[in-house]
Design a protein around this ligand. Structure first.
Ligand code: ZN
Length: 198
């Protein structure tokens, strides 16, 4: 636990009861077997956050696409419905985002919360960024903001979730439900939003 992570550390930690402590050490869970871990920090198909938007929504587990950012289901979630808001641009640090990227990142984070509330009725959320590998970023080279829905007592099953390969079909179903909630909420807010004439 003193190193900054690695497959062996992750496998050990996955069985521990203190799951809350692992919530912000994603590399320990995400790369238990080193899966999808890029071999370098460059943009391109080796970067999962550059690659995901090139796939279909279903194949990429994408919830919604904006102009500068997109929302995607985490392939290795801490909890059901664990989303990430990601800029299309291969950029590592929050303070390197443009004003436009920052604004849409915030907007998509709020939309993520609303869609998750509709789809899954969480009791709370963890929202945050891990900046740099030392801070727990699994893919430090490409910024991604976590939105993790929380329920009372969910830490009781999180070690099980973390230790078990999530079934692809379950993820596909989860994506469908959240994407539908997102679209419905988006349509509702567009319908009720004040117009220039108001
Ligand atoms: Zn990238």
């Amino acid at each position: 636990m003193t190193s900054d992570g690695g497959a062996e550390d992750a496998a050990e930690l996955a069985g521990e009861a203190d799951s809350f402590g692992r919530l912000w050490t994603p590399h320990r869970l995400v790369y238990i077997k080193g899966e999808n871990k890029p071999g370098h920090d460059q943009a391109g198909t080796e970067c999962p956050f550059c690659f995901a938007p090139t796939r279909s929504d279903e194949a990429g587990l994408i919830i919604a696409r904006g102009e500068l950012v997109y929302s995607v289901l985490n392939l290795y979630p801490y909890n059901a419905g664990h989303l990430m808001t990601v800029p299309y641009r291969h950029v590592a640090d929050y303070d390197r985002l443009t004003a436009q990227e920052s604004a849409e990142l915030a907007d998509f984070t709020q939309r993520s919360m609303r869609a998750l509330r509709t789809a899954m009725t969480p009791h709370g959320f963890n929202i945050g960024l891990n900046q740099g590998a030392v801070a727990g970023a699994g893919i430090a080279a490409h910024l991604h903001q976590h939105v993790v829905p929380r329920w009372g007592g969910d830490t009781n099953f999180m070690p099980v979730v973390g230790h078990t390969r999530v079934l692809p079909q379950l993820l596909a179903d989860t994506r469908d439900v959240i994407a539908a909630a997102w679209a419905a909420e988006h349509a509702e807010s567009a319908r009720t939003a004040p117009t220039a004439e108001d």
